[in-house]
Design a protein around this ligand. Sequence first.
Ligand SMILES: C[S@@+](CC[C@H](N)C(=O)[O-])C[C@H]1O[C@@H](n2cnc3c(N)ncnc32)[C@H](O)[C@@H]1O
Length: 239
Amino acid sequence: MSVPNSPAFWNRLANREVPEGELIPERWELCQYPGVGPGAEILGDIGGRRVLELGCGDGSNLLALARQGAECVGVDFAGDQLNRAKQRPGAEDILWVERDAADFLIDQPDESWDFIVSIFGALEFSDPFRILPQVRRALKPDGALVFATADSHWLWQRDLVPELVDSELLWPTRTITGLAAWTAILHEQRMQVVWNRGVGPSEQISAHIIWAERGGRPPLSQVLDDIPRGRGETTVAPC
Ligand SMILES: C[S@@+](CC[C@H](N)C(=O)[O-])C[C@H]1O[C@@H](n2cnc3c(N)ncnc32)[C@H](O)[C@@H]1O
């Protein structure tokens, strides 16, 4: 069954009880759970770099990057998520935009962002044929799209655990999941995966962190090479 994506679901999620401490940003996590994904070190020195987060939610990740001197913009179509972000210390250093991520990108000048990031965010829930051409166009020539995407088999298990969300709420359907599908679609959109890291699998998470850059299509043989190396460090390190 396909469940449509809408701000209503994410607003409801934003207003749930949050465990104490969850609002404190400690470091940029390319994962939703502290200490699980790689941190901001993979981006290198981000002082003065322009970073756009698609589906920034409550802003914890972006705030950590802004503290390191990046010029940050967070886009999310769920106003209640952004309200939580705006209450955090340091929130005034970031521009928060309540808007659909693809619509926002369409208005961005060519080659204007160093990093476009999305941590289980809007990228996974958007039409890839609409959003990826805009991501590619808006990235600087040496810029990168860095994002986290959940693995399908883990999502399937997770959706069976009703206490994670109100039982009457169903998670919106992600449009693309998994390294292989993302690698193929990025290739189709003239972007290439230059690095990826598998996170998990564990009961808590099974996901991939993907670093993709603009560029012509790599030879198909390279794409096919990338796919079986789904877990662990792979290909060319970006920094
Ligand atoms: C799973 S949450 C992740 C939030 C944040 N990146 C984090 O790691 O905590 C997904 C976020 O993406 C936002 N989102 C989903 N689809 C979107 C879209 N099409 N445009 C803008 N935001 C979207 C939701 O409102 C939600 O805040």
